[in-house]
Design a protein around this ligand. Sequence first.
Ligand code: RUB
Length: 309
Amino acid sequence: MNAEETARDIESMKIRGAGRIARAGVEAMKHHALSYKGSDLDGFQKEMQEARDVVVNSRPTAISLWNGLQSALKGLEKVTDVEEGKKLVSSNADLFVRDSLQAMDRIGQMGSRRISDGDTVLTHCNSHAAISVIKTAHAQGKRIKVYATESRPWRQGILTVNELAKEGIDVTLIIDGAVRSVMRKVNIVLVGADTITSSGVLINKIGTSQIALAAQEARVPFLVCSETYKFSPKTLFGDLVHIEERDAGEIVKEGEIPSSVKVFNPVFDATPPEYIDTIVTEIGLIPPFAAYEVIVKKLGSDYVFDNME
Ligand code: RUB
Protein backbone atom coordinates (compact mmCIF):
# COMPACT_ATOMS: atom_id res chain seq x y z
CA MET A 1 0.00 0.00 0.00
CA ASN A 2 1.16 3.54 -0.70
CA ALA A 3 1.53 6.31 1.90
CA GLU A 4 -1.95 7.80 1.39
CA GLU A 5 -3.73 4.43 1.59
CA THR A 6 -1.73 3.44 4.67
CA ALA A 7 -2.45 6.79 6.35
CA ARG A 8 -6.18 6.34 5.67
CA ASP A 9 -6.17 2.84 7.13
CA ILE A 10 -4.29 3.99 10.22
CA GLU A 11 -6.60 6.97 10.72
CA SER A 12 -9.73 4.83 10.41
CA MET A 13 -8.12 2.26 12.74
CA LYS A 14 -8.25 -0.51 10.16
CA ILE A 15 -4.58 -0.80 11.08
CA ARG A 16 -4.10 -0.14 14.79
CA GLY A 17 -1.79 -0.79 17.73
CA ALA A 18 1.51 1.04 18.15
CA GLY A 19 3.70 -1.76 16.76
CA ARG A 20 1.50 -2.53 13.79
CA ILE A 21 1.06 1.08 12.69
CA ALA A 22 4.85 1.52 12.83
CA ARG A 23 5.46 -1.57 10.67
CA ALA A 24 2.69 -0.57 8.22
CA GLY A 25 4.11 2.97 7.98
CA VAL A 26 7.58 1.65 7.30
CA GLU A 27 6.26 -0.76 4.61
CA ALA A 28 4.47 2.19 3.01
CA MET A 29 7.78 4.11 2.83
CA LYS A 30 9.37 1.14 1.07
CA HIS A 31 6.47 0.87 -1.37
CA HIS A 32 6.58 4.61 -1.99
CA ALA A 33 10.32 4.59 -2.65
CA LEU A 34 10.24 1.58 -4.97
CA SER A 35 7.39 2.96 -7.05
CA TYR A 36 9.10 6.34 -7.65
CA LYS A 37 9.54 6.98 -11.36
CA GLY A 38 12.42 9.06 -12.62
CA SER A 39 15.97 9.91 -11.67
CA ASP A 40 15.63 13.35 -10.03
CA LEU A 41 17.25 12.88 -6.60
CA ASP A 42 15.92 16.13 -5.09
CA GLY A 43 12.42 15.24 -6.25
CA PHE A 44 12.76 11.74 -4.77
CA GLN A 45 14.00 13.00 -1.40
CA LYS A 46 11.26 15.64 -1.26
CA GLU A 47 8.58 13.11 -2.15
CA MET A 48 9.78 10.73 0.55
CA GLN A 49 9.62 13.50 3.16
CA GLU A 50 6.09 14.37 2.03
CA ALA A 51 5.04 10.71 2.17
CA ARG A 52 6.50 10.49 5.68
CA ASP A 53 4.47 13.53 6.77
CA VAL A 54 1.25 12.08 5.37
CA VAL A 55 1.73 8.85 7.34
CA VAL A 56 3.07 10.40 10.54
CA ASN A 57 0.06 12.71 10.80
CA SER A 58 -2.43 9.85 10.54
CA ARG A 59 -2.29 9.14 14.30
CA PRO A 60 -0.66 11.68 16.56
CA THR A 61 -0.02 9.86 19.85
CA ALA A 62 2.09 6.75 19.21
CA ILE A 63 5.77 7.71 18.85
CA SER A 64 6.35 4.24 17.37
CA LEU A 65 5.08 5.57 14.05
CA TRP A 66 7.44 8.55 14.03
CA ASN A 67 10.41 6.45 15.18
CA GLY A 68 9.65 3.81 12.54
CA LEU A 69 9.42 6.35 9.73
CA GLN A 70 12.64 8.04 10.87
CA SER A 71 14.38 4.64 10.74
CA ALA A 72 13.05 3.98 7.24
CA LEU A 73 14.43 7.26 5.90
CA LYS A 74 17.67 7.22 7.89
CA GLY A 75 20.63 8.29 5.72
CA LEU A 76 18.47 9.35 2.76
CA GLU A 77 19.99 12.84 2.73
CA LYS A 78 23.42 11.29 1.99
CA VAL A 79 22.60 9.14 -1.07
CA THR A 80 23.95 10.21 -4.44
CA ASP A 81 21.24 8.89 -6.77
CA VAL A 82 17.65 7.66 -6.77
CA GLU A 83 18.55 3.97 -7.14
CA GLU A 84 20.78 4.15 -4.07
CA GLY A 85 17.95 5.92 -2.23
CA LYS A 86 15.45 3.22 -3.17
CA LYS A 87 17.79 0.47 -1.95
CA LEU A 88 18.46 2.31 1.29
CA VAL A 89 14.78 2.89 2.17
CA SER A 90 13.95 -0.69 1.21
CA SER A 91 16.67 -2.23 3.39
CA ASN A 92 16.00 0.19 6.28
CA ALA A 93 12.34 -0.81 6.14
CA ASP A 94 13.09 -4.54 6.06
CA LEU A 95 15.45 -4.16 9.00
CA PHE A 96 12.91 -2.23 11.06
CA VAL A 97 10.16 -4.79 10.45
CA ARG A 98 12.50 -7.69 11.26
CA ASP A 99 13.79 -6.03 14.44
CA SER A 100 10.29 -5.05 15.51
CA LEU A 101 9.02 -8.64 15.25
CA GLN A 102 12.15 -9.96 16.97
CA ALA A 103 11.69 -7.43 19.78
CA MET A 104 8.16 -8.69 20.36
CA ASP A 105 9.46 -12.27 20.72
CA ARG A 106 12.18 -11.20 23.14
CA ILE A 107 9.67 -9.25 25.20
CA GLY A 108 7.60 -12.44 25.31
CA GLN A 109 10.58 -14.46 26.54
CA MET A 110 11.73 -11.99 29.17
CA GLY A 111 8.30 -10.97 30.40
CA SER A 112 7.21 -14.59 30.76
CA ARG A 113 9.87 -15.05 33.49
CA ARG A 114 7.73 -12.82 35.66
CA ILE A 115 4.73 -15.11 35.30
CA SER A 116 4.41 -18.17 37.53
CA ASP A 117 2.36 -21.31 37.13
CA GLY A 118 -1.17 -20.61 38.38
CA ASP A 119 -0.99 -16.82 37.95
CA THR A 120 -3.89 -14.64 36.92
CA VAL A 121 -2.99 -11.84 34.50
CA LEU A 122 -4.99 -8.74 33.67
CA THR A 123 -4.47 -7.02 30.33
CA HIS A 124 -6.03 -3.97 28.69
CA CYS A 125 -7.04 -3.24 25.11
CA ASN A 126 -5.09 -5.21 22.49
CA SER A 127 -1.33 -5.04 22.85
CA HIS A 128 0.72 -7.55 20.90
CA ALA A 129 3.71 -6.98 23.15
CA ALA A 130 1.61 -7.88 26.21
CA ILE A 131 -0.03 -10.77 24.34
CA SER A 132 3.42 -12.07 23.40
CA VAL A 133 4.25 -12.41 27.13
CA ILE A 134 0.98 -14.19 27.86
CA LYS A 135 1.32 -16.58 24.92
CA THR A 136 4.95 -17.36 25.78
CA ALA A 137 4.09 -18.14 29.41
CA HIS A 138 1.28 -20.40 28.20
CA ALA A 139 3.58 -22.13 25.71
CA GLN A 140 6.00 -22.81 28.57
CA GLY A 141 3.26 -24.90 30.17
CA LYS A 142 2.30 -22.37 32.86
CA ARG A 143 -1.38 -22.63 33.73
CA ILE A 144 -2.52 -19.04 33.62
CA LYS A 145 -5.85 -17.22 33.69
CA VAL A 146 -6.35 -13.92 31.94
CA TYR A 147 -8.82 -11.08 32.47
CA ALA A 148 -9.09 -8.90 29.38
CA THR A 149 -10.86 -5.54 29.43
CA GLU A 150 -13.42 -4.75 26.75
CA SER A 151 -11.76 -1.34 26.09
CA ARG A 152 -14.57 0.97 25.13
CA PRO A 153 -15.38 2.45 22.71
CA TRP A 154 -13.55 0.42 20.06
CA ARG A 155 -13.76 -2.86 22.03
CA GLN A 156 -10.25 -4.03 21.12
CA GLY A 157 -10.62 -6.47 24.04
CA ILE A 158 -12.69 -8.64 21.69
CA LEU A 159 -9.59 -9.07 19.51
CA THR A 160 -7.54 -9.98 22.59
CA VAL A 161 -9.92 -12.63 23.91
CA ASN A 162 -10.29 -14.18 20.45
CA GLU A 163 -6.53 -14.35 20.06
CA LEU A 164 -5.95 -15.85 23.51
CA ALA A 165 -8.85 -18.30 23.28
CA LYS A 166 -7.46 -19.58 19.97
CA GLU A 167 -4.30 -20.57 21.87
CA GLY A 168 -6.39 -22.44 24.43
CA ILE A 169 -5.74 -19.85 27.17
CA ASP A 170 -8.31 -19.51 29.95
CA VAL A 171 -9.56 -15.95 29.31
CA THR A 172 -12.41 -13.90 30.78
CA LEU A 173 -13.73 -10.72 29.17
CA ILE A 174 -14.66 -7.92 31.57
CA ILE A 175 -16.08 -4.44 31.08
CA ASP A 176 -13.67 -1.63 31.84
CA GLY A 177 -15.60 -0.70 34.99
CA ALA A 178 -14.99 -4.18 36.48
CA VAL A 179 -11.22 -3.76 36.81
CA ARG A 180 -11.19 -2.82 40.51
CA SER A 181 -13.62 -5.65 41.33
CA VAL A 182 -11.37 -8.32 39.84
CA MET A 183 -8.03 -6.85 40.90
CA ARG A 184 -7.92 -8.85 44.16
CA LYS A 185 -7.82 -12.05 42.06
CA VAL A 186 -5.01 -10.75 39.81
CA ASN A 187 -1.27 -11.50 40.30
CA ILE A 188 0.14 -9.30 37.55
CA VAL A 189 -1.03 -6.58 35.15
CA LEU A 190 0.47 -6.47 31.64
CA VAL A 191 -0.23 -3.55 29.32
CA GLY A 192 1.34 -2.23 26.12
CA ALA A 193 2.62 1.24 25.27
CA ASP A 194 2.01 3.83 22.59
CA THR A 195 4.67 6.16 23.92
CA ILE A 196 7.04 6.27 26.88
CA THR A 197 8.36 9.71 27.70
CA SER A 198 11.91 10.55 28.76
CA SER A 199 10.67 10.86 32.35
CA GLY A 200 9.09 7.40 32.29
CA VAL A 201 5.44 8.35 31.84
CA LEU A 202 3.45 5.72 29.98
CA ILE A 203 0.97 6.80 27.33
CA ASN A 204 -1.40 3.97 26.48
CA LYS A 205 -5.06 3.21 25.79
CA ILE A 206 -7.54 5.27 27.79
CA GLY A 207 -8.23 3.55 31.08
CA THR A 208 -4.66 2.35 31.58
CA SER A 209 -3.99 4.87 34.36
CA GLN A 210 -7.09 3.78 36.28
CA ILE A 211 -5.93 0.18 36.04
CA ALA A 212 -2.54 1.25 37.40
CA LEU A 213 -4.26 2.95 40.34
CA ALA A 214 -6.32 -0.15 41.11
CA ALA A 215 -3.19 -2.32 40.81
CA GLN A 216 -1.24 -0.13 43.20
CA GLU A 217 -4.09 -0.14 45.71
CA ALA A 218 -4.18 -3.96 45.59
CA ARG A 219 -0.34 -4.21 45.53
CA VAL A 220 -0.39 -6.01 42.20
CA PRO A 221 2.71 -5.53 39.99
CA PHE A 222 1.98 -3.36 36.95
CA LEU A 223 4.25 -4.19 33.99
CA VAL A 224 4.50 -2.36 30.68
CA CYS A 225 5.51 -4.37 27.61
CA SER A 226 7.20 -2.03 25.17
CA GLU A 227 9.70 -2.20 22.33
CA THR A 228 12.38 0.51 22.65
CA TYR A 229 11.06 2.29 19.55
CA LYS A 230 8.06 3.31 21.66
CA PHE A 231 10.33 5.55 23.76
CA SER A 232 10.05 9.15 22.67
CA PRO A 233 13.19 11.14 21.76
CA LYS A 234 10.88 14.12 21.15
CA THR A 235 9.96 14.34 24.84
CA LEU A 236 13.65 14.72 25.64
CA PHE A 237 13.51 18.09 23.90
CA GLY A 238 10.41 19.28 25.69
CA ASP A 239 7.64 18.17 23.33
CA LEU A 240 4.48 17.12 25.10
CA VAL A 241 2.70 13.99 23.90
CA HIS A 242 -0.43 14.91 22.01
CA ILE A 243 -3.34 12.83 23.27
CA GLU A 244 -5.60 12.00 20.34
CA GLU A 245 -9.29 12.84 20.72
CA ARG A 246 -11.67 11.04 18.41
CA ASP A 247 -15.19 11.60 17.17
CA ALA A 248 -18.24 11.62 19.47
CA GLY A 249 -19.86 9.12 17.09
CA GLU A 250 -17.53 6.44 18.47
CA ILE A 251 -19.36 6.74 21.81
CA VAL A 252 -22.97 7.72 21.02
CA LYS A 253 -25.22 7.32 18.02
CA GLU A 254 -26.70 10.35 16.26
CA GLY A 255 -29.84 11.56 18.10
CA GLU A 256 -29.21 9.42 21.19
CA ILE A 257 -28.46 12.42 23.40
CA PRO A 258 -29.50 16.11 23.18
CA SER A 259 -27.29 18.18 20.91
CA SER A 260 -26.49 20.42 23.92
CA VAL A 261 -24.52 17.57 25.53
CA LYS A 262 -20.82 17.64 24.84
CA VAL A 263 -18.89 14.41 24.33
CA PHE A 264 -15.22 14.08 25.26
CA ASN A 265 -13.45 11.08 23.71
CA PRO A 266 -9.71 11.01 24.50
CA VAL A 267 -8.30 7.68 23.38
CA PHE A 268 -5.09 7.52 25.42
CA ASP A 269 -4.08 8.54 28.92
CA ALA A 270 -0.91 9.06 30.95
CA THR A 271 0.28 6.78 33.77
CA PRO A 272 3.02 8.29 35.97
CA PRO A 273 6.22 6.24 36.49
CA GLU A 274 5.46 5.79 40.22
CA TYR A 275 2.73 3.32 39.25
CA ILE A 276 4.92 1.21 36.97
CA ASP A 277 6.96 -1.67 38.40
CA THR A 278 9.01 -2.34 35.32
CA ILE A 279 9.07 -1.93 31.55
CA VAL A 280 9.73 -5.14 29.64
CA THR A 281 11.73 -4.22 26.54
CA GLU A 282 13.76 -6.28 24.06
CA ILE A 283 16.93 -5.08 25.81
CA GLY A 284 15.80 -6.13 29.26
CA LEU A 285 13.49 -5.19 32.10
CA ILE A 286 14.09 -1.57 32.95
CA PRO A 287 12.71 0.74 35.64
CA PRO A 288 10.55 3.57 34.23
CA PHE A 289 13.00 6.14 35.58
CA ALA A 290 15.65 4.72 33.21
CA ALA A 291 13.63 5.82 30.16
CA TYR A 292 16.02 8.70 29.50
CA GLU A 293 18.98 6.29 29.32
CA VAL A 294 17.13 4.03 26.89
CA ILE A 295 16.34 6.92 24.57
CA VAL A 296 19.88 8.22 24.48
CA LYS A 297 21.75 4.89 24.49
CA LYS A 298 19.50 2.71 22.37
CA LEU A 299 18.31 5.25 19.84
CA GLY A 300 21.71 6.98 19.97
CA SER A 301 22.55 10.61 20.57
CA ASP A 302 23.16 11.13 16.82
CA TYR A 303 19.72 9.76 16.10
CA VAL A 304 18.17 12.04 18.71
CA PHE A 305 19.91 15.19 17.51
CA ASP A 306 19.47 14.47 13.78
CA ASN A 307 15.76 13.94 14.14
CA MET A 308 14.65 16.81 16.29
CA GLU A 309 12.41 18.54 13.78
C1 RUB B 1 -3.87 0.27 21.20
C2 RUB B 1 -3.10 0.36 22.48
C3 RUB B 1 -2.03 -0.67 22.72
C4 RUB B 1 -0.69 -0.09 22.27
C5 RUB B 1 0.40 -1.16 22.23
O1 RUB B 1 -4.62 1.43 20.94
O2 RUB B 1 -3.25 1.29 23.25
O3 RUB B 1 -1.95 -0.96 24.08
O4 RUB B 1 -0.81 0.47 20.99
O5 RUB B 1 0.08 -2.13 21.27
P1 RUB B 1 -5.37 1.57 19.53
P2 RUB B 1 1.20 -3.13 20.66
O6 RUB B 1 -6.26 0.38 19.37
O7 RUB B 1 -6.14 2.86 19.65
O8 RUB B 1 -4.32 1.65 18.45
O9 RUB B 1 1.83 -3.80 21.84
O10 RUB B 1 0.42 -4.10 19.80
O11 RUB B 1 2.15 -2.29 19.89
